[in-house]
Design a protein around this ligand. Structure first.
Ligand code: SAH
Length: 219
């Protein structure tokens, strides 16, 4: 099977799981996920599963990437913050569907590798920051949407503050093993919170996340 055929099959699998947004499905079918995974994982690049990447991190499962993206309800005009660049796959999906992506990663080597792949694929609406993304990116706030792609112990307050009114944040919140994927919408009053599904992400480490332990340094 060619990569194109595998990507078409992945699209159908996501449709069967309930992803409805055609723009999201088109982009998942088009962005070459195999470019974002280590060589030894390439045979599994179009399977609906999370895979290991450098620094002890993971590239999220395509279904979760699709669900998170769909839940932002993008119309192409937005500036979106991604916390956790990782492989850069989710950033590429976002870059296709909104105006501007600001992505923050704590591991410089991951950020650099993602930037290089994006350059080869021709993306020029992604901005890269290295640091603690639990603090958001005050220089570029407010954001129309925020995707947190690592698991937080609670909703990171600095990120809520960097959402514009009416903006949405998708964030996995829970313990180190199980989390709920939440959609948090900023309103005039207290934010509204919906649960989308249960999920399992690597830890969000930082001031408004988990403290770093020795096994988390990833180097
Ligand atoms: N969106 C990524 C998923 C990567 S896994 C992808 O499509 O591949 C989550 C990433 O979050 C890891 O790379 C991890 O290093 C990063 N991370 C964890 N805590 C962070 C923090 N406080 N700030 C920025 N990145 C963080």
């Amino acid at each position: 099977m060619t990569s194109h055929e595998k990507a078409a099959e992945l699209r159908r699998a996501l449709e069967r799981r309930g992803i409805r947004d055609e723009r999201v499905l088109d982009v998942i079918e088009r962005v070459p996920r195999d470019w974002f995974v280590p060589e030894n994982e390439r045979p599994l690049a179009f399977v609906d599963t999370a895979l290991a990447i450098e620094c002890g991190q993971t590239i999220s499962q395509p279904y979760i990437v699709a669900l998170m993206t769909e839940s932002l309800e993008l119309d192409g005009t937005e500036r979106v913050l991604e916390v956790g660049t990782g492989s850069g796959y989710q950033s590429a999906i976002l870059a296709e569907l909104c105006r501007e992506v600001v992505t923050v990663e704590r591991h410089e080597s991951l950020s650099d590798a993602a930037r290089e792949i994006h350059a080869r694929l021709g993306y020029c609406n992604i901005e890269y920051w290295v640091g603690d993304g639990t603090l958001g990116c005050p220089d570029r706030a407010p954001f129309d949407g925020i995707l947190v792609t690592a698991a937080a112990p609670s909703i990171p307050e600095p990120l809520v503050e960097q959402l514009r009114l009416g903006g949405r944040m998708i964030v996995p919140v829970g313990d180190e093993v199980d989390q709920n994927l939440l959609r948090v919408a900023r309103t005039n009053g207290s934010p509204t919170i919906e649960t989308l599904c249960s999920c399992r992400f690597v830890k969000l480490i930082g001031a408004a996340g988990w403290p770093e332990s020795r096994s988390d340094s990833g180097e």
